[in-house]
Design a protein around this ligand. Structure first.
Ligand SMILES: NC(=O)c1ccc[n+]([C@@H]2O[C@H](COP(=O)([O-])OP(=O)(O)OC[C@H]3O[C@@H](n4cnc5c(N)ncnc54)[C@H](O)[C@@H]3O)[C@@H](O)[C@H]2O)c1
Length: 435
């Protein structure tokens, strides 16, 4: 049966490789759409959790996972040979950086090592992991066609970036518009047809390279704009201007402005990493992406700025950082999610630890945390804990925090996220990044 017909009548079997923040929601969505889905991950513990419908990703609804597992529409495994039975493979493995901030696509290459054995005629393979422009055609394609399959004829290959925003209550996998770039016209047509079954809007592009570039551009755009507002914050601090008032004022313009907010740095698996994929690739073309490097430099400096300012805040109170208890509030990379990856809070806490501060932290999403050699356990926000500390340092403004209580009981609150914006009492105790 032709792959188009299998897509239409839901008899196509789907293999989702990598069951993380991107892969698990995608696997559940495909199963809900009516396809039989094999979720493949190299971590046995994750596979076991999925098969027991034990949810570990906040963006996946517990009952939806339970339903697709009970109906046997989603089965997880560590055994890559199931890919042989699959008509469509979606690759969602991590794409981190090396220590020297160069692309590390070793997880993709490892998956290709398996896939090369199981690729068969009439198969569609889509890379969803974020990567540098050129990966699909330069890395994926040669590995899959090595055994004689012809792309566009009996093998279909595309890049379709995952754009999901973890924790976003409005936009989930099914209603986040999708880009697809196929290697040939047939690849593009088939991958578009496939995604249209489950995603509200799909935009076909002329090539995988355009889709790969569009995805990294989206993240560079965020990184550069965050850096711009972080730089403005440093200036506002010197000039004693409230940067949030400035941003709100600029946002009253009814066209041509988009608000970005400052913070103690950038985190997650996208903004701190993806721009460097493009910066690395651009060197092959004798282009130096100075905006990307500059944005990275400014954003990476923010944790140092926070620690420096905290020292000044304590100094004004006649205290020093060494030996002071700092109560850190929020350690995930952004509010209301459980993802600690690349969180600037970790960097700030490392720097504070090096300066001899005593750390306590509170985060409802992170029960324990390693900083350097030391393991910390999340505490409850109580008046006693707040009074014990020299300062409450808000690094991630979870909506679960009681900001009135924090400001009432902490001697001083250094709020790097403006989480206390609605607090009306004791505002003199609040220090913002810029004031
Ligand atoms: N998290 C996000 O917000 C987000 C958003 C858009 C795009 N992305 C991109 O999606 C990709 C995946 O990100 P993620 O956040 O889901 O990562 P993740 O770390 O949450 O999940 C990746 C999964 O892949 C598994 N894995 C690693 N190597 C494997 C291998 N060789 N074979 C099989 N499984 C393997 C891991 O065990 C893990 O379960 C990355 O390229 C990322 O940049 C992430």
């Amino acid at each position: 049966m032709d792959i188009r017909e299998k897509i239409h009548n839901r008899s196509a079997k789907i293999g989702v490789v990598g069951l993380g923040y991107v892969g698990l929601p995608l696997a559940v969505l495909q199963a809900k759409t009516g396809y039989h889905v094999f979720g493949v991950d190299e971590v046995a513990a994750k596979v076991e959790m999925v098969n027991q419908a034990h949810n570990y990703i906040l963006d996946v609804a517990d009952d939806e996972l339970r339903e697709v597992v009970d109906q046997k529409l989603l089965e997880a495994t560590t055994d890559f040979s199931v890919l042989q039975q699959c008509d469509i493979i979606l690759i969602c493995v991590p794409t981190p950086l090396t220590r020297n901030k160069e692309p590390d696509i070793s997880a993709i290459v490892k998956v290709l090592g398996h896939l090369a054995n199981y690729a068969h005629p009439n198969m569609l393979v889509v890379l969803e992991s974020t990567t540098y422009p050129g990966t699909t055609e330069e890395v994926i394609l040669p590995a899959l066609t090595a055994k004689g399959l012809t792309v566009g004829k009996d093998l279909f290959v595309a890049f379709s970036p995952e754009r999901v925003d973890p924790g976003n209550a409005e936009f989930k996998t099914h209603n986040t518009f999708k880009l697809v770039g196929g290697v040939t016209k047939n690849c593009q047509e088939i991958s578009k047809l496939f995604y249209e079954q489950s995603i509200v809007k799909v935009f076909p592009l002329s090539s995988p390279r355009v889709a790969e570039m569009a995805k990294v551009f989206e993240n560079v755009f965020r990184s550069v704009n965050i850096a711009l507002v972080n730089e403005l914050t440093l200036l506002c601090e010197r000039m004693d201007i409230n940067v949030y008032e400035v941003i709100d004022a600029a946002a009253t313009k009814n066209f041509g402005f988009m608000a970005f907010y400052p913070g103690p740095g950038v985190g997650g698996h996208c903004i701190p990493l993806d721009p460097y994929y493009l910066a690395w690739k651009s060197k092959e073309y004798d282009v130096h992406t100075r905006f990307i490097e500059l944005a990275g430099e400014i954003n990476e400096n923010m944790p140092y700025f926070v620690v420096n300012k905290l020292q000044r805040v304590l100094n004004q109170m006649g205290k020093c950082l060494k030996g002071s208890i700092i109560v850190v509030l929020g350690v995930t990379y952004k509010a209301d999610i459980e993802d600690p990856r690349e969180s600037p809070a970790t960097k700030v806490m490392e720097l504070l630890q090096k300066e001899g501060a005593e750390l306590q932290y509170v985060d409802p999403y992170t029960p324990s945390l390693m900083i350097g050699e030391q393991q910390y356990k999340s505490q409850q926000v109580t008046p006693e804990l707040l009074r014990q500390g020299a300062c409450a340092l808000i690094l991630t403004a979870h909506s679960a925090f009681d900001y009135e209580l924090i400001v009432e009981h902490a001697p001083v609150v250094f709020d790097t996220r403006n989480g206390t914006r609605d607090v009306t009492q004791h505002r003199e105790r609040i220090v913002l990044l810029s004031t």
